[in-house]
Design a protein around this ligand. Structure first.
Ligand SMILES: *Cc1c(COP(=O)(O)O)cnc(C)c1O
Length: 379
Protein backbone atom coordinates (compact mmCIF):
# COMPACT_ATOMS: atom_id res chain seq x y z
CA UNK A 1 0.00 0.00 0.00
CA UNK A 2 1.36 3.41 -1.00
CA UNK A 3 2.10 5.56 2.02
CA UNK A 4 1.44 9.30 2.27
CA UNK A 5 5.17 9.84 1.63
CA UNK A 6 5.13 7.61 -1.49
CA UNK A 7 2.28 9.63 -2.96
CA UNK A 8 4.01 12.90 -2.14
CA UNK A 9 7.32 11.75 -3.69
CA UNK A 10 5.54 10.52 -6.82
CA UNK A 11 4.31 14.06 -7.41
CA UNK A 12 7.59 15.74 -6.50
CA UNK A 13 9.32 16.48 -9.78
CA UNK A 14 12.34 18.61 -8.77
CA UNK A 15 15.33 16.30 -8.97
CA UNK A 16 17.30 18.29 -6.39
CA UNK A 17 14.52 17.76 -3.83
CA UNK A 18 14.12 14.10 -4.78
CA UNK A 19 17.82 13.49 -4.19
CA UNK A 20 17.33 14.65 -0.62
CA UNK A 21 13.84 13.33 0.13
CA UNK A 22 13.73 9.88 -1.49
CA UNK A 23 15.21 6.67 -0.09
CA UNK A 24 13.98 7.14 3.47
CA UNK A 25 11.92 4.72 5.56
CA UNK A 26 9.86 7.57 6.99
CA UNK A 27 7.98 5.64 9.68
CA UNK A 28 8.08 7.07 13.24
CA UNK A 29 11.04 5.84 15.19
CA UNK A 30 13.08 4.67 12.19
CA UNK A 31 16.44 6.29 11.40
CA UNK A 32 16.17 9.39 9.22
CA UNK A 33 18.61 7.81 6.76
CA UNK A 34 18.77 4.11 5.97
CA UNK A 35 21.79 2.71 7.82
CA UNK A 36 24.06 0.08 6.24
CA UNK A 37 22.09 -3.12 6.84
CA UNK A 38 24.75 -5.82 7.04
CA UNK A 39 22.71 -8.95 6.38
CA UNK A 40 22.94 -11.94 4.07
CA UNK A 41 19.77 -13.54 5.42
CA UNK A 42 16.58 -12.51 7.17
CA UNK A 43 14.06 -14.20 9.51
CA UNK A 44 11.74 -16.13 7.19
CA UNK A 45 8.12 -15.20 6.78
CA UNK A 46 8.22 -12.27 4.33
CA UNK A 47 9.42 -11.96 0.73
CA UNK A 48 12.92 -11.10 2.01
CA UNK A 49 14.88 -14.26 2.73
CA UNK A 50 18.39 -13.94 1.24
CA UNK A 51 19.89 -10.67 0.13
CA UNK A 52 21.53 -11.85 -3.10
CA UNK A 53 18.10 -12.38 -4.62
CA UNK A 54 15.83 -10.29 -2.43
CA UNK A 55 17.91 -7.16 -1.83
CA UNK A 56 18.40 -5.20 1.37
CA UNK A 57 16.80 -1.99 2.65
CA UNK A 58 20.10 -0.15 2.07
CA UNK A 59 20.31 -1.09 -1.62
CA UNK A 60 16.66 -0.21 -1.98
CA UNK A 61 17.18 3.29 -0.58
CA UNK A 62 19.71 3.94 -3.36
CA UNK A 63 17.48 2.30 -5.98
CA UNK A 64 14.51 4.36 -4.86
CA UNK A 65 16.38 7.65 -5.27
CA UNK A 66 17.85 6.93 -8.70
CA UNK A 67 14.72 5.20 -10.01
CA UNK A 68 12.68 8.31 -9.26
CA UNK A 69 15.33 10.58 -10.73
CA UNK A 70 15.47 8.59 -13.97
CA UNK A 71 11.69 8.29 -14.23
CA UNK A 72 11.68 4.49 -13.91
CA UNK A 73 12.79 1.80 -11.47
CA UNK A 74 16.44 1.19 -10.70
CA UNK A 75 18.62 -1.71 -9.62
CA UNK A 76 21.97 -1.30 -7.87
CA UNK A 77 24.99 -3.40 -8.79
CA UNK A 78 28.45 -4.13 -7.39
CA UNK A 79 30.05 -1.72 -9.88
CA UNK A 80 29.18 0.06 -13.09
CA UNK A 81 30.61 -2.86 -15.07
CA UNK A 82 28.46 -5.34 -13.10
CA UNK A 83 25.43 -3.36 -14.31
CA UNK A 84 26.75 -3.34 -17.89
CA UNK A 85 27.31 -7.11 -17.71
CA UNK A 86 23.72 -7.64 -16.51
CA UNK A 87 22.48 -5.75 -19.59
CA UNK A 88 24.65 -7.83 -21.96
CA UNK A 89 23.42 -10.91 -20.06
CA UNK A 90 19.98 -10.26 -21.59
CA UNK A 91 21.28 -11.12 -25.09
CA UNK A 92 20.56 -14.47 -26.75
CA UNK A 93 23.27 -16.32 -28.70
CA UNK A 94 24.03 -14.72 -32.05
CA UNK A 95 22.78 -11.25 -31.12
CA UNK A 96 23.82 -8.13 -33.00
CA UNK A 97 25.38 -5.48 -30.79
CA UNK A 98 25.98 -1.91 -31.98
CA UNK A 99 28.46 0.19 -30.02
CA UNK A 100 29.88 3.70 -30.41
CA UNK A 101 33.35 3.76 -31.94
CA UNK A 102 34.51 5.75 -28.94
CA UNK A 103 33.07 4.63 -25.64
CA UNK A 104 34.09 3.56 -22.15
CA UNK A 105 36.90 1.01 -22.51
CA UNK A 106 35.32 -1.47 -20.09
CA UNK A 107 32.19 -1.67 -22.24
CA UNK A 108 34.31 -2.10 -25.38
CA UNK A 109 36.31 -4.82 -23.61
CA UNK A 110 33.20 -6.70 -22.44
CA UNK A 111 31.60 -6.55 -25.90
CA UNK A 112 34.84 -7.66 -27.51
CA UNK A 113 35.33 -10.63 -25.17
CA UNK A 114 31.81 -11.87 -25.94
CA UNK A 115 32.42 -11.42 -29.66
CA UNK A 116 35.62 -13.46 -29.47
CA UNK A 117 33.72 -16.28 -27.76
CA UNK A 118 31.11 -16.21 -30.52
CA UNK A 119 28.28 -14.94 -28.30
CA UNK A 120 27.38 -11.93 -30.46
CA UNK A 121 28.59 -9.75 -33.31
CA UNK A 122 29.73 -6.15 -32.77
CA UNK A 123 29.29 -3.22 -35.16
CA UNK A 124 30.77 0.14 -34.26
CA UNK A 125 29.48 3.52 -35.34
CA UNK A 126 30.59 7.10 -34.79
CA UNK A 127 28.63 8.71 -31.94
CA UNK A 128 27.45 11.52 -34.22
CA UNK A 129 26.54 9.26 -37.18
CA UNK A 130 22.80 9.65 -36.50
CA UNK A 131 21.81 8.16 -39.89
CA UNK A 132 24.04 5.15 -39.27
CA UNK A 133 22.46 4.55 -35.85
CA UNK A 134 18.88 4.90 -37.05
CA UNK A 135 19.61 2.49 -39.94
CA UNK A 136 21.35 0.00 -37.61
CA UNK A 137 18.39 0.11 -35.19
CA UNK A 138 16.25 -1.96 -37.58
CA UNK A 139 18.06 -5.26 -36.96
CA UNK A 140 20.16 -4.70 -33.85
CA UNK A 141 19.46 -6.66 -30.65
CA UNK A 142 21.37 -4.22 -28.43
CA UNK A 143 22.09 -0.60 -29.27
CA UNK A 144 24.56 0.76 -26.72
CA UNK A 145 24.93 4.53 -26.70
CA UNK A 146 27.16 6.71 -24.57
CA UNK A 147 26.48 10.43 -24.57
CA UNK A 148 28.43 12.58 -24.00
CA UNK A 149 31.09 10.06 -24.94
CA UNK A 150 34.36 9.29 -23.20
CA UNK A 151 36.75 11.08 -23.68
CA UNK A 152 35.87 12.96 -26.89
CA UNK A 153 32.62 14.32 -25.38
CA UNK A 154 30.62 13.82 -28.57
CA UNK A 155 26.88 14.15 -27.98
CA UNK A 156 24.63 11.60 -29.73
CA UNK A 157 21.25 12.68 -31.07
CA UNK A 158 19.44 10.40 -28.63
CA UNK A 159 15.89 11.55 -29.50
CA UNK A 160 16.40 10.71 -33.18
CA UNK A 161 18.11 7.38 -32.49
CA UNK A 162 15.66 6.31 -29.76
CA UNK A 163 12.67 7.02 -32.00
CA UNK A 164 14.04 5.00 -34.96
CA UNK A 165 12.13 1.77 -35.59
CA UNK A 166 13.65 -1.23 -33.81
CA UNK A 167 12.68 -4.86 -33.30
CA UNK A 168 10.21 -5.33 -30.41
CA UNK A 169 12.77 -7.48 -28.57
CA UNK A 170 15.65 -5.04 -29.16
CA UNK A 171 17.21 -3.18 -26.25
CA UNK A 172 18.47 0.37 -26.44
CA UNK A 173 20.72 1.33 -23.55
CA UNK A 174 22.27 4.71 -22.81
CA UNK A 175 25.37 5.09 -20.66
CA UNK A 176 24.31 8.16 -18.67
CA UNK A 177 27.44 8.34 -16.50
CA UNK A 178 28.88 11.57 -17.98
CA UNK A 179 25.52 13.36 -18.21
CA UNK A 180 24.06 12.08 -14.89
CA UNK A 181 20.32 11.76 -14.22
CA UNK A 182 20.29 15.49 -13.49
CA UNK A 183 21.27 16.57 -16.99
CA UNK A 184 19.58 13.86 -19.04
CA UNK A 185 16.77 11.30 -18.62
CA UNK A 186 17.29 8.66 -21.33
CA UNK A 187 14.04 6.80 -20.51
CA UNK A 188 12.08 9.97 -21.36
CA UNK A 189 13.87 10.10 -24.72
CA UNK A 190 12.78 6.54 -25.53
CA UNK A 191 15.67 4.39 -24.27
CA UNK A 192 14.83 1.02 -22.68
CA UNK A 193 17.69 1.21 -20.21
CA UNK A 194 19.57 4.05 -18.56
CA UNK A 195 22.84 2.90 -17.06
CA UNK A 196 25.28 4.82 -14.90
CA UNK A 197 28.39 4.12 -12.92
CA UNK A 198 27.52 5.32 -9.40
CA UNK A 199 31.26 5.25 -8.75
CA UNK A 200 31.38 8.65 -10.43
CA UNK A 201 28.93 11.51 -9.74
CA UNK A 202 26.50 9.70 -7.41
CA UNK A 203 29.21 8.50 -5.03
CA UNK A 204 31.13 11.68 -5.73
CA UNK A 205 33.98 11.13 -3.28
CA UNK A 206 36.25 8.55 -4.98
CA UNK A 207 35.54 6.03 -2.24
CA UNK A 208 33.18 3.41 -3.66
CA UNK A 209 32.31 1.25 -6.67
CA UNK A 210 28.64 0.80 -7.62
CA UNK A 211 26.42 0.80 -10.70
CA UNK A 212 22.77 1.57 -11.40
CA UNK A 213 20.46 0.48 -14.18
CA UNK A 214 17.04 2.13 -14.58
CA UNK A 215 14.19 0.77 -16.73
CA UNK A 216 10.41 1.16 -17.10
CA UNK A 217 9.51 -2.36 -18.24
CA UNK A 218 8.73 -4.68 -15.31
CA UNK A 219 9.79 -7.85 -17.15
CA UNK A 220 13.14 -6.29 -17.99
CA UNK A 221 13.53 -5.21 -14.36
CA UNK A 222 12.83 -8.79 -13.20
CA UNK A 223 15.30 -10.22 -15.75
CA UNK A 224 18.04 -7.83 -14.63
CA UNK A 225 17.35 -8.69 -11.00
CA UNK A 226 17.61 -12.40 -11.87
CA UNK A 227 20.92 -11.77 -13.61
CA UNK A 228 22.21 -9.90 -10.55
CA UNK A 229 21.13 -12.78 -8.32
CA UNK A 230 22.60 -15.57 -10.47
CA UNK A 231 25.87 -13.77 -11.14
CA UNK A 232 26.18 -12.48 -7.59
CA UNK A 233 26.66 -8.91 -8.88
CA UNK A 234 25.29 -7.43 -5.68
CA UNK A 235 26.29 -4.03 -4.26
CA UNK A 236 27.94 -3.77 -0.86
CA UNK A 237 25.99 -2.50 2.14
CA UNK A 238 28.56 0.18 2.98
CA UNK A 239 28.91 1.21 -0.68
CA UNK A 240 25.14 1.60 -1.01
CA UNK A 241 25.02 3.66 2.18
CA UNK A 242 27.84 5.89 0.90
CA UNK A 243 26.21 6.22 -2.52
CA UNK A 244 23.03 7.47 -0.82
CA UNK A 245 25.13 9.90 1.20
CA UNK A 246 26.71 11.10 -2.04
CA UNK A 247 23.37 11.41 -3.82
CA UNK A 248 22.10 13.83 -1.15
CA UNK A 249 24.57 16.50 -2.32
CA UNK A 250 24.84 15.55 -5.99
CA UNK A 251 22.79 18.46 -7.35
CA UNK A 252 24.90 21.04 -5.50
CA UNK A 253 28.18 19.37 -6.46
CA UNK A 254 27.24 19.10 -10.12
CA UNK A 255 25.95 22.66 -10.29
CA UNK A 256 29.23 23.98 -8.94
CA UNK A 257 31.44 21.65 -10.97
CA UNK A 258 29.78 22.31 -14.31
CA UNK A 259 29.76 26.09 -13.80
CA UNK A 260 33.50 25.91 -13.15
CA UNK A 261 34.00 23.55 -16.12
CA UNK A 262 32.41 26.11 -18.45
CA UNK A 263 34.80 28.80 -17.23
CA UNK A 264 37.85 26.55 -17.45
CA UNK A 265 36.89 25.26 -20.92
CA UNK A 266 36.61 28.82 -22.23
CA UNK A 267 39.99 29.77 -20.79
CA UNK A 268 41.65 26.56 -22.02
CA UNK A 269 40.31 27.11 -25.53
CA UNK A 270 42.21 30.40 -25.79
CA UNK A 271 45.36 29.21 -24.00
CA UNK A 272 48.47 29.39 -26.15
CA UNK A 273 49.71 25.94 -25.05
CA UNK A 274 46.41 24.18 -25.79
CA UNK A 275 45.80 22.94 -29.34
CA UNK A 276 42.19 21.82 -28.97
CA UNK A 277 39.54 21.93 -26.22
CA UNK A 278 36.50 19.62 -26.19
CA UNK A 279 33.54 20.58 -24.02
CA UNK A 280 29.89 20.31 -25.13
CA UNK A 281 29.18 23.79 -23.72
CA UNK A 282 31.59 25.55 -26.10
CA UNK A 283 29.84 26.98 -29.18
CA UNK A 284 32.76 25.65 -31.26
CA UNK A 285 32.07 22.06 -30.12
CA UNK A 286 30.94 19.95 -33.13
CA UNK A 287 27.80 18.64 -31.35
CA UNK A 288 27.08 21.79 -29.31
CA UNK A 289 23.64 22.34 -30.85
CA UNK A 290 22.46 18.81 -29.93
CA UNK A 291 23.95 19.30 -26.45
CA UNK A 292 21.95 22.52 -26.00
CA UNK A 293 18.74 20.82 -27.02
CA UNK A 294 19.28 17.57 -25.14
CA UNK A 295 21.18 18.31 -21.94
CA UNK A 296 20.10 20.44 -18.96
CA UNK A 297 23.76 21.14 -18.24
CA UNK A 298 27.01 20.46 -20.07
CA UNK A 299 28.65 18.41 -17.32
CA UNK A 300 32.03 18.81 -15.71
CA UNK A 301 34.36 16.81 -17.94
CA UNK A 302 36.70 18.59 -20.36
CA UNK A 303 39.23 17.00 -22.66
CA UNK A 304 41.97 19.02 -24.30
CA UNK A 305 45.12 18.41 -26.32
CA UNK A 306 48.16 20.33 -25.28
CA UNK A 307 50.67 21.57 -27.84
CA UNK A 308 53.43 19.02 -27.51
CA UNK A 309 53.95 15.30 -27.24
CA UNK A 310 52.98 12.65 -24.71
CA UNK A 311 55.93 13.53 -22.50
CA UNK A 312 54.86 17.18 -22.38
CA UNK A 313 51.31 16.11 -21.46
CA UNK A 314 52.66 13.80 -18.75
CA UNK A 315 54.61 16.75 -17.43
CA UNK A 316 51.42 18.79 -17.04
CA UNK A 317 49.96 15.92 -14.97
CA UNK A 318 53.04 15.85 -12.75
CA UNK A 319 52.97 19.63 -12.21
CA UNK A 320 49.41 20.12 -10.97
CA UNK A 321 49.09 20.50 -7.21
CA UNK A 322 45.42 21.18 -6.40
CA UNK A 323 44.19 18.95 -9.22
CA UNK A 324 44.93 15.29 -8.53
CA UNK A 325 46.77 13.18 -11.08
CA UNK A 326 44.31 10.29 -11.13
CA UNK A 327 41.84 8.46 -13.30
CA UNK A 328 38.05 8.43 -12.85
CA UNK A 329 35.72 11.40 -12.67
CA UNK A 330 32.73 13.03 -11.04
CA UNK A 331 34.21 13.48 -7.58
CA UNK A 332 34.62 16.50 -5.29
CA UNK A 333 38.31 16.64 -6.15
CA UNK A 334 39.37 17.61 -9.67
CA UNK A 335 41.36 14.90 -11.44
CA UNK A 336 43.48 14.94 -14.59
CA UNK A 337 44.84 12.11 -16.66
CA UNK A 338 46.48 11.48 -20.04
CA UNK A 339 43.97 9.03 -21.46
CA UNK A 340 46.25 7.44 -24.08
CA UNK A 341 48.48 6.21 -21.23
CA UNK A 342 45.77 3.62 -20.39
CA UNK A 343 46.04 0.16 -21.95
CA UNK A 344 43.78 -0.06 -25.01
CA UNK A 345 43.55 3.74 -25.34
CA UNK A 346 46.61 4.19 -27.55
CA UNK A 347 44.38 5.26 -30.48
CA UNK A 348 43.57 8.55 -28.70
CA UNK A 349 45.60 11.71 -29.33
CA UNK A 350 48.84 11.24 -27.38
CA UNK A 351 48.62 14.65 -25.70
CA UNK A 352 44.89 14.44 -24.78
CA UNK A 353 44.28 15.25 -21.14
CA UNK A 354 40.91 14.53 -19.55
CA UNK A 355 40.02 16.86 -16.72
CA UNK A 356 37.17 16.10 -14.34
CA UNK A 357 36.35 19.39 -12.66
CA UNK A 358 35.54 19.14 -8.95
CA UNK A 359 34.13 21.62 -6.48
CA UNK A 360 37.28 23.56 -5.57
CA UNK A 361 37.44 27.33 -6.09
CA UNK A 362 37.52 27.92 -9.84
CA UNK A 363 40.26 30.58 -9.66
CA UNK A 364 42.48 28.21 -7.67
CA UNK A 365 41.83 25.53 -10.30
CA UNK A 366 42.72 27.90 -13.12
CA UNK A 367 45.88 29.08 -11.37
CA UNK A 368 46.93 25.43 -10.92
CA UNK A 369 46.21 24.53 -14.56
CA UNK A 370 47.76 27.67 -15.99
CA UNK A 371 50.95 27.16 -13.99
CA UNK A 372 51.13 23.51 -15.05
CA UNK A 373 50.61 24.45 -18.71
CA UNK A 374 52.98 27.39 -18.78
CA UNK A 375 56.23 25.82 -19.78
CA UNK A 376 55.69 22.31 -21.07
CA UNK A 377 58.97 20.66 -21.94
CA UNK A 378 61.04 23.06 -19.86
CA UNK A 379 61.59 21.03 -16.72
C1 LIG B 1 33.41 4.37 -14.94
C2 LIG B 1 32.52 4.14 -16.10
C3 LIG B 1 31.92 2.90 -16.32
C4 LIG B 1 32.20 1.69 -15.46
O1 LIG B 1 31.85 1.86 -14.13
P1 LIG B 1 32.64 1.18 -12.89
O2 LIG B 1 31.89 1.69 -11.72
O3 LIG B 1 34.07 1.63 -12.97
O4 LIG B 1 32.54 -0.30 -13.06
C5 LIG B 1 31.08 2.79 -17.43
N1 LIG B 1 30.85 3.83 -18.25
C6 LIG B 1 31.43 5.04 -18.06
C7 LIG B 1 31.14 6.15 -19.01
C8 LIG B 1 32.27 5.24 -16.98
O5 LIG B 1 32.85 6.43 -16.81
Amino acid sequence: MATRTDRYLAELSSPDSLLVAAGRDGRPGTPLNMPPVLASNFVLGTERAYSRGDGTPTWEALEDIIGRLEGGRALAFASGMAGVAAIFDQLHAGSRVVLPDGCYQGVTGLAESGRQRGLWSVTRLAVDDTDGWTAAAADADLLWLESPSNPMLVVADLSAICSARRKPSALLAVDNTFATSLNQRPLDLGADLSFQSATKFIGGHSDLLAGLVAVRDNDLLAALRKSRELNGATPGALESFLAVRGARTMALRLERAQASAMILAERLSSHSNVACTRFPGLSTHPTHSIARRQLKGFGSIISFDIRGDAAAADEVCSRVRLIQHATSLGAVESTIERRASNPGQEHLPASLLRLSVGIENVEDLWADLDAALKTPGQG
